[in-house]
Design a binder for this molecule. Structure first.
Ligand SMILES: [Cu+2]
Length: 341
């Protein structure tokens, strides 16, 4: 009876586990944060290492689980205590179950350590694009020293060219991770970490902060746009030029520029040729971005207005204050910011 109840429990647990795995499966394998969609050399190396260790995990699991289940349900006496044969010890068996796991662990440690060092060389490979990544509570800053430009939350890199990331933080520890492009690495204050990878396929990829960094940690996302070399060159050219705003032609945009100049925005944000703030994100080309506020909102006038009206509501703990602007001022300001292409 007991055995029947135990088997019933085991079967329910297995069914529940399989159902949960099926529900999560689509997201794990096909979602934007899937590590099974491989889009760089680093991601491929990480996947191969995962596959190698996973195979060993399965072998170990079966080696332990099968004898355990047999011992539990088959070899256990079912009626009353019975005299069992006493085994005092077997030297060769004890040596085998000590040495074999040690060898398996060493065989997993060697490729893991090799890959860990391989993808963070102390100096950039020749011809690599260098990108400085700075984590802030709660947004990402991407600097391109080669092109003298800075952009928030949306990273553009060219397909086929090796990229060398310098990872830093302006405040607390953050974790930089774009799963389809490779493994995560921490951005630590006062210390520079590195990642080197070569993106392989143009597309839009999701990134997240993976190190708990405060109230809005979950709202600290970013996008990576892997461009064709031609599109990347065009993007660089656009970013290097002054924003193509309609201020001066469109009265609403002109009024928005005046609101921006009079509000505290100028003390925190840079807009090329207008302001030189450095605490918040560079807004020079914010109108050309797909997302806002740490890539948690799509860039629409409605979302921009919502963000300006009450940042705390969108991103709890956000350092940007509510400016107390009236709806008309917000409307003008949104028109101006959206015009910054
Ligand atoms: Cu975080």
């Amino acid at each position: 009876m007991k055995l029947k109840a135990s088997l019933g429990c085991l079967r329910s647990a297995i069914l529940a586990g399989l159902s949960a795995a099926c529900l999560a499966g689509c997201e794990v394998f096909n979602g934007p944060l899937s590590t099974f969609i491989i889009r760089s050399d680093f991601a491929r190396d990480s996947y191969r290492l995962f596959r190698y260790t996973f195979i060993w995990d399965c072998i170990i699991l079966l080696t332990v689980l099968v004898p355990m289940v047999l011992a539990l349900f088959w070899l256990t006496p079912r009626t009353g205590p019975q005299e069992q044969e006493h085994v005092e010890g077997t030297s060769w068996l004890e040596a085998a179950w000590t040495i074999t796991p040690a060898l398996i662990l060493i065989s997993m440690a060697i490729p893991t350590i090799r890959l860990t060092f391989q993808n963070q060389p102390p100096t950039p490979p020749p011809g690599a694009l260098r990108v400085r990544v700075i984590g802030h509570q709660w947004w990402w800053e991407f600097q391109y020293p080669e092109y003298h430009l800075t952009t928030p939350d949306e990273l553009h890199i060219p397909a086929g060219r090796t990229v060398y990331f310098d990872l830093e933080s302006a405040d607390v520890i953050h974790g930089f991770w774009a799963p389809q492009l490779g493994g995560k690495r921490d951005a630590i204050p006062g210390h520079v970490n590195h990642i080197v990878l070569t993106p392989e396929k143009p597309g839009e990829y999701y990134g997240e902060c993976t190190q708990y960094c405060g109230l809005s940690h979950a709202n600290m996302r970013f996008r990576v746009y892997v461009d064709t070399p031609e599109n990347f060159a065009a993007w660089v050219k656009q970013q290097q030029s002054a924003p193509a705003t309609a201020a001066g032609n469109d009265p609403k945009v002109e009024a928005g520029a005046a609101v921006f100049a009079a509000a505290p925005c100028v003390t925190c944000h840079t807009i090329e040729g207008v302001s030189k703030g450095y605490i918040g994100p560079n807004l020079s080309h914010i109108g050309s971005h797909q997302t806002l506020a740490g890539s948690i909102l799509s860039n629409t006038p409605e979302n921009m207005a919502k963000w300006i009206r009450n940042p705390e509501e969108v991103k709890p703990g956000a350092q940007m204050p509510a400016l107390g602007l009236d709806p008309v001022q917000i409307d003008y300001l949104v028109a101006y910011l959206e015009s910054l292409k």
